[in-house]
Design a protein around this ligand. Structure first.
Ligand code: MLT
Length: 254
């Protein structure tokens, strides 16, 4: 079968499915595609509506993303993968584990949370969706860049991340924002998780504060929590050496 999503892969070994956040694409994972290839078969798709993946549903729900990602695993002949998601990718990773536990060998949750949006957050999502459609995504990229990376991030990284966000399509951004607003609260699911779980965040993440990761760590049996100092929302890009070391050790221990 054809892959439902464009995918970039590197390396060989344990399949490691990397799920990007919002409003990102697979290039979020450039440091992992480059540096984890010796440890894993790294698989980085563009989620529908992001990067080169066209035709999002009007509301790209977590369930629709999960369906696409299972299609990617089927296309590659992967029975079980380590599922790693950052932020929105973490929301999707939890939904994938809940719906398809037999496809998951390990779970890595980065800069994410288990709860759903409250009414105020849902209003914010709708405002983001409308702004993307009427004013374009560059405006959103300019608004979000200050929360994506820490103030001490290099100008090069800042520009790379801002451009990564700005080149996403308005319809894809709107669909993803509306999809996140519709997601389920997964907090009651956490204590039932039995796969090995690594939780990574940055001490300076203001978009999803480290307290959310601490709460997931308390709720998920036998999980490990890593808080990388002076790093904000994109821990995999801001501190790739620390991030990759933790992921590599997690993969080796599986
Ligand atoms: C992300 O980085 O995926 C988003 O900022 C998550 C969110 O807005 O909830």
């Amino acid at each position: 079968m054809a892959s439902p999503l464009p995918i970039i892969t590197s390396g060989s070994g344990t399949p490691l499915l990397l799920i990007h956040g919002f409003p990102h694409d697979h290039t979020l994972w450039t440091p992992q595609l480059r540096d984890l290839a010796g440890d894993a078969w790294v698989i980085a798709p563009d989620l529908r509506g992001s990067g080169g993946a066209k035709d999002p549903a009007p509301v790209q729900t977590m369930a629709l993303h999960v369906q696409d990602l299972i299609g990617v695993l089927d296309h590659l002949g992967v029975e079980q993968a380590v599922i790693c998601g950052l932020s929105m990718g973490g929301y999707i990773a939890l939904a994938l584990l809940k719906a398809h536990p037999n496809r998951v060998k390990g779970l890595i949750l980065c800069n994410t949370r288990a709860g759903a949006d409250d009414d105020k957050a849902k209003e914010g999502r709708e405002a983001t969706a409308k702004k993307a459609l009427t004013e374009g995504v560059a405006v959103i990229a300019d608004e979000m860049i200050g929360k994506m990376v820490a103030p001490n991030a290099s100008p090069t990284l800042r520009t790379t991340v801002r451009d990564l966000m700005a080149r996403q399509s308005p319809s894809g951004v709107a669909a993803s924002a509306r999809g996140m607003a519709s997601r389920e609260d997964q907090r009651e699911f956490l204590p039932t998780i039995t796969v090995p779980t690594l939780i990574i965040t940055g001490s300076a993440d203001t978009l999803i504060p480290p307290s959310e990761s601490e709460a997931m760590h308390r709720a998920i049996p036998n999980s490990k929590l890593v808080v990388i100092p002076e790093v904000a929302h994109l821990s995999n890009q801001e501190a790739p050496v620390d991030f990759n070391r933790e992921v590599s050790a997690f993969l080796k221990a599986l």
